[in-house]
Design a protein around this ligand. Sequence first.
Ligand SMILES: C[S@@+](CC[C@H](N)C(=O)[O-])C[C@H]1O[C@@H](n2cnc3c(N)ncnc32)[C@H](O)[C@@H]1O
Length: 277
Amino acid sequence: MDDYSALNQIKLLTQSSIVSSQLDIELLVLHLLEIDRNTLYRDNPPLTVEIRNKLKALTQRREKGEPLAYLVNNIEFWNLSLYVDQNVLVPRPETEILVQKVLEIFDKKKIRVLDLGTGSGAIGLSLAKERANWEVVCSDLSYEALKVTSKNMTRNSIDVSLVNSNWSSAFKNEYFDVIVSNPPYINPSDPRVYSDGLKFEPKQALISDSEGLYDIERIVKETSEILNNAGYLFIEHGYDQSDLVVSIFKRCGFSQIRTFKDLNGDDRVCLGKLNRC
Ligand SMILES: C[S@@+](CC[C@H](N)C(=O)[O-])C[C@H]1O[C@@H](n2cnc3c(N)ncnc32)[C@H](O)[C@@H]1O
């Protein structure tokens, strides 16, 4: 008799897969059955024909390199469980460095914070969850991305304002105390954009002209208008862009510039304080 128990089906699919690990397939099963890992190993439930077909379809997508987060519509980031789909970038662990630095530098005093290019809401919603008294605004050019941010706001019971804006265009001058952004910063000619994983993510979230620096330059220039004097800007950038980003910050009137490394030891986040003359 065929053995349709979950653990046996996971074993068989792992053996016939090239890309998907056992853990990937296990997570797909947990997602489809809506159970946790303890229940899977304790009950080892049988998989119905319908679930087996769905599992096969999801495994085939995984075999083509689609991120697991899109297949299960979920990723854990900082203190949040976020819904994600192909309208938003899958939030990366590197970006948690930015969140950590903002929280280290700013205590519980009430401030106004803007997350430019919020996508799933990873940065802005994490900050708002940690600091309930901060006024947090999350903005994006993509209306579809903002629908995802809104879903995550409800899912995590967090209240922020959502604004559809082309970088700073919707905001009035000298309003925010802190602006944070993880903008697109990959050079369009970088072959990684077409590699497994990245090729499934929105190009608008990844690629920027001028060798990856067009959007960073725009943000630094524009935020020097909408930040309060002595306000702070935090920007995530590529591992090899630090020197250029620091020079853009200096050119746009920022001082006390610092760079923070990610867990791989690469320069990843630039911080500057606005010093308007
Ligand atoms: C690298 S993703 C970052 C998403 C999210 N903040 C994160 O860290 O996971 C960049 C985001 O910037 C948005 N974006 C791109 N161009 C923009 C523009 N001109 N104005 C506002 N947002 C923009 C994209 O839609 C995308 O959501």
